[in-house]
Write a protein that binds this ligand. Structure first.
Ligand SMILES: [Zn+2]
Length: 77
């Protein structure tokens, strides 16, 4: 009966909730493995796979992600 009593003007305008979808580049969200970073490596972690970049820190080009075993080889223990 009174299900529509809170409609102000009848123009259904979706709220401005489309902000926050600007991060289309997957390289924005990164995680760094500290024990690998302490070894002077890039140490970026590819979150979807859990792999770690073992290239030198500030290396040119894109990261080379390796598995946990290889990352442990260069990590500081
Ligand atoms: Zn890297």
């Amino acid at each position: 009966m009174n299900s529509q009593e809170r409609r102000p003007s009848g123009s259904p305008q979706p709220a401005s909730s489309e902000e926050g979808t600007r991060d289309l580049s997957s390289t924005h969200v990164t995680h760094v493995r500290e024990d690998v970073a302490l070894a002077g490596r890039c140490a970026n972690v590819h979150l979807p796979t859990g792999r770690t970049c073992t290239l030198p820190v500030r290396h040119p080009g894109s990261c080379n992600f390796v598995g946990p075993g290889d990352a442990d080889n260069v990590a500081v223990h």
